[in-house]
Design a protein around this ligand. Structure first.
Ligand code: MLT
Length: 331
């Protein structure tokens, strides 16, 4: 009997040893604000694939889309506390925690996908990453490029600022975006992203703005009818890692995280260029009616830049930060 027990425990120990490599694998959790299928999802799945490859399968990432792990703002707090590993959220929803990031949501600063790339991947992006580590306890390791935020609503075609009157527009809880609509003559309704679809569906709000790809991933075409092709903010969505989780990793894993993020960012840029037009067509086929802002958006631009920019010089770290960004963009 004794020999049999010894044999059994030997078998048990051997199976434990055999199971050891799997047990050593770490599975990180990644929160994603949007539904699966948008630019956030694309960045997150590309990152997960890259990280797994670079660590020989030792580090995996489980993706939780559609705000399953809380509002985008909650995920920043949770990552800062180290109870969540990664999050992908819109840059406008990280700004309340690290105001200098607001530079990237200043209306009409970014005028193309290339501008967006230049700012996020150059000196400006590097500095903003350092600031978010300091202010919010999270490190930006990648970016999703999502395209311009277009205005959608359920009531009427909007081409002029006058048309905006009478519409209840949802905005993120972002002071710069609230101020932009105020400059255009309306009082928007700040609302969490995780509540927006229901808000539109129940007609608590008439409209909102987000990129075409996001409008599609979130199925907003089911509850919206009209689109105004605005270009006031180019949507950027950082992939952040909890700084305390990052610091706990071995140097080679930290490097794998940074490299995986860099490659996923490149993938995101290509994805945008290849996908946006197709999605725009699909949205039209689903019944959305797209109109161009009258007067080449001149009135929208003038009102937003002259009244909004000066209000936020202080929070973005001084007028010189905006001047430097514009200079980087050759303006
Ligand atoms: C928002 O409108 O709150 C965000 O930009 C949505 C997003 O994360 O895609």
């Amino acid at each position: 009997k004794f020999r049999k027990n010894v044999l059994l425990s030997f078998v048990a120990a051997a199976s434990l040893i055999a199971a050891a490599p799997a047990a050593l694998a770490t599975t990180f959790k990644m929160a994603i604000g949007d539904a699966a299928g948008g630019t956030q999802w694309e960045l997150g799945s590309s990152f997960a694939k890259n990280l797994e490859q670079k660590t020989g399968g030792k580090h995996k990432v489980d993706l939780f889309p559609n705000g399953q792990l809380g509002s985008e703002e909650d995920t920043v707090n949770n990552a800062a506390m180290g109870v969540l590993d990664f999050s992908i959220l819109a840059v406008n929803n990280i700004t309340p925690f690290s105001p200098t990031v607001g530079l990237l949501t200043m209306p009409y600063v970014i005028q193309s996908a290339d501008d967006a790339k230049k700012l996020t991947q150059g000196e400006v992006g590097k500095e903003l990453t350092e600031n978010t580590i300091r202010d919010a306890g999270v490190r930006i390791v990648g970016w999703a490029y999502s395209g311009f935020r277009v205005l959608t609503n359920s009531k009427k075609p909007v081409t002029t600022l006058d048309d905006l009157k009478g519409l209840v527009i949802r905005v993120p809880k972002n002071e710069i975006m609230i101020a932009s609509y105020q400059a255009w003559g309306v009082n928007p309704t700040p609302m969490s992203w995780s509540e927006t679809f229901t808000g539109l569906q129940q007609r608590v709000v008439d409209g909102q703005d987000n990129p075409y790809i996001t409008v599609s991933a979130m199925k907003f075409y089911e509850v919206q009818k009209y689109v105004t092709n605005l270009r006031y903010i180019f949507s950027l969505e950082p992939l952040v890692v909890s700084e305390s989780v990052f610091k706990d990793q071995k140097p080679e894993v930290q490097k794998a995280i940074l490299d995986a993020g860099h490659e996923a960012t490149e993938h995101s840029f290509k994805y945008l260029l290849e996908t946006e037009e197709k999605i725009k067509k699909d949205l039209v086929a689903r019944g959305l009616q797209i109109t161009e802002p009258a007067d080449g958006e001149k009135e929208w631009i003038a009102k937003a830049t002259t009244t909004v920019w000066p209000k936020f010089y202080k929070s973005i770290g001084g007028k010189e930060k905006l001047d430097r960004a514009l200079q980087t963009l050759g303006r």
